[in-house]
Design a protein around this ligand. Structure first.
Ligand code: GLV
Length: 354
């Protein structure tokens, strides 16, 4: 696997090392920054690293995540790490990498897989990928919200499997956005982009909650700042867009769901752990809330025999909010650019403030 995993860049470097310029190349190799790339990434992004001329790349060139033991071995002595949200970057990994590690670039906007305190202690810089995925994520949130509220999965199954008898007045009725109140948990870039897309559907009122009021963003959609329990009580739709932090872990729990309307639709495209899944299951099965649409779960992938999959009023997607070709390519390129900037001690395009 490891040999198969060697990028063309390294092979090229090895090839040069045995050429007539062996001495000079070897000297140059000593100055190259050692970079570990933890997954197969779009070609353009890998080429950017290779063509930079400053990286000696070790590459886990697979669609599947690198096993932890391989990762710990692979990062040893690295100056830079290109990782995904599937890799836990904790004390153990940072110790395995050693003191040379100076930049971590994650191909994600979320950073809950990074132990920021440990990273900060070591003076390591972190690049991430906000903005480039905002539109794709907002679009997917819209698709999931409409699919959940209008029961599209059930409807498709009925049409296909013979359940479509005749037109019936109240069959497969769901909930519409016109004149509704939408509650946004976490009014950042993505929360705002979702609200902007929802507005033309006739939403009457936007509520939001966050660590503190965000009057400038809220003004764009005339959203009202309310505490979490008021948002739960008053919203017809709740859509979650906050980062996963110790403060938001389990935020949507029994108490929260018990305050929601019995007809309310709950959507989460942020991180699974913001929701207490057992409490959500209870809320969905006891009629405390109407339905839920989840792009994120705990764990991921959610086992196929998980009880949530058995519920007609729960739509579950496999964490695809940013999955358009253009967006994933842009994320991968931004991750490479951030990594290179970090290695060169230059400002990154998108650096996480630590
Ligand atoms: C996706 O979930 C991301 O954090 O980019």
């Amino acid at each position: 696997m490891w040999l198969r995993g060697l990028s063309r860049g390294i092979l090229t470097e090895l090839g040069r090392a045995v050429s007539s310029e062996a001495g000079r190349t070897m000297q140059r190799n000593q100055q190259l920054a050692s970079v570990y790339v933890s997954r197969r990434i779009p070609q353009e992004a890998l080429r950017l690293l290779q063509d930079s001329g400053i990286c000696d790349i070790k590459h886990w060139d697979s669609e599947d995540p690198v096993p932890r033991t391989e990762l710990l071995k692979g990062v040893a002595g690295a100056d830079g790490l290109y990782c995904l949200l599937t890799e836990k970057i904790d004390k153990e990994l940072l110790d395995a990498a050693g003191p040379k590690l100076k930049v971590i670039s994650t191909m994600s906007v979320g950073f809950d897989h990074l132990s920021l305190e440990e990273i900060k202690k070591r003076g390591i810089r972190v690049g991430y990928t906000p903005d480039v995925l905002t539109n794709a994520t907002a679009e997917l949130t819209m698709a999931l919200l409409l699919a959940t509220a209008r029961r599209l999965m059930e409807a498709v199954a009925e049409a296909k499997n013979g359940g479509w008898g005749t037109w019936k007045p109240m069959w497969l009725c769901g909930y519409g956005l016109s004149d509704s109140t939408v509650g946004i948990v976490g009014l950042g870039r993505i929360g705002l982009a979702v609200a902007q897309r929802l507005k033309p559907f006739g939403v009457k009122k936007f509520l939001y909650t966050d660590f503190e009021p965000k009057p400038e963003i809220a003004a764009e959609i005339q959203a009202e700042y309310v505490p979490l329990d008021k948002l739960a009580e008053q919203s017809d739709f709740v859509t979650v867009h906050c980062a996963l932090t110790p403060e938001t872990n389990g935020l949507c729990n029994k108490d929260f769901f018990s305050k929601m309307k019995r007809t309310a639709v709950f959507i989460n495209t942020s991180r699974g752990a913001v929701v207490n899944q057992d409490d959500l299951y209870q809320a969905l099965t006891t009629g405390q809330i109407g339905s839920a649409g989840l792009d994120v779960t705990v764990p991921e992938p959610l086992p196929t025999d998980h009880p949530l999959f058995a519920l007609k009023n729960c739509v579950i997607l496999p964490h695809i909010a940013s999955a358009t070709v253009a967006t994933r390519t842009a994320m991968a390129l931004l991750t490479s650019n951030n990594l290179l900037a970090g290695l060169k001690n230059e400002p990154m395009l998108k650096e996480l403030p630590l």
